[in-house]
Design a protein around this ligand. Sequence first.
Ligand SMILES: Nc1nc2c(c(=O)[nH]1)N[C@H]1C(S)=C(S)[C@@H](COP(=O)(O)O)O[C@H]1N2
Ligand SMILES: [Mo]
Length: 319
Amino acid sequence: MFIGKKRLGEMPANEITDHEVYLNRRQFLNGSATVATASLLPLSMAHAETSPEPTFLDLKQSSFSTDDKLTSYDSVTTYNNFYEFGTDKASPAILATKFPDKSKPWRVTIEGEGDKPGEYDYDDLIRPFTLEERIYRFRCVEGWSMVIPWVGFPLADLIKRAQPNSRAKYVEFTTLYDPEQMPGQSRKVLDWPYVEGLRIDEAMNPLTLLSVGLYGQELLGQNGAPIRLVVPWKYGFKSIKSIVNIRFVEEMPNSAWMKAGPREYGFYSNVNPDVDHPRWSQSRERRLGEFLKRKTELYNGYEEQVAHLYTGMDLTKNF
Ligand SMILES: Nc1nc2c(c(=O)[nH]1)N[C@H]1C(S)=C(S)[C@@H](COP(=O)(O)O)O[C@H]1N2
Ligand SMILES: [Mo]
């Protein structure tokens, strides 16, 4: 997947993808830009000018990364679902620019059926973990998809430290509730705060990521700063943003979307082209930035890693 093998000079300019620009920019910022990448510098610089300063460098590349073409930084940060900042795709980028308020500490509580509960400041929470870059496919239940270079660490690493006990069958996640910072919470479009959940083995799967950044930079408010979940084989809404609470529970959590529409949103919400949402077919999807739709793959293409979690389950009932 690395362009190191290809000679950039041989590539027509219009074939240089965002992905390649991004990787070259990272090499450049790491001080390891070679003569071959020098031709890309003006482009890389142009990209850097419009985006915040990068904060994560020298990230370990994950073997789980896809080599699909990256969705542009612009699309990833301006086309968002984050109902706490409005129900349309453009509002979060406009209304979450100052989120979260840096003058307030961000605390995450870990509680429930575990031997090591605790309340952590964001910095203390993430300090023990090794951040890596993971390029994941991401698909919204509404039918659009993206490919995003996340920065994060496996949720499993955090769970192991928290030592859930044998009653911990599920993990429940909760987003911040603060209508002063999140104007969308003043309207009752969902039962706030936003809640999501995973079965404990889904949460422990090596694909499941706690993300703190994307495109090598800290998460912006609209993408769920400072810390959000990324579950690449499930519809986008399972990837809960701006998490303040992680709780180990015995009963299946009732997510905000299950409460809003139990017939439309099930607990599992695995990407499945054969099980349609009542209002949208799930058989095809449109990658942001592409014209033609493409076929949606079972488990979003991560079948090899996750199919075993659902053997013997009827996926039309457990949707
Ligand atoms: N707290 C919270 N998390 C959320 C949402 C939300 O409205 N509130 N929307 C979900 C939906 S529907 C999608 S598709 C993804 C979008 O993530 P992105 O904007 O970073 O692409 O976030 C998910 N996480
Ligand atoms: Mo979504």
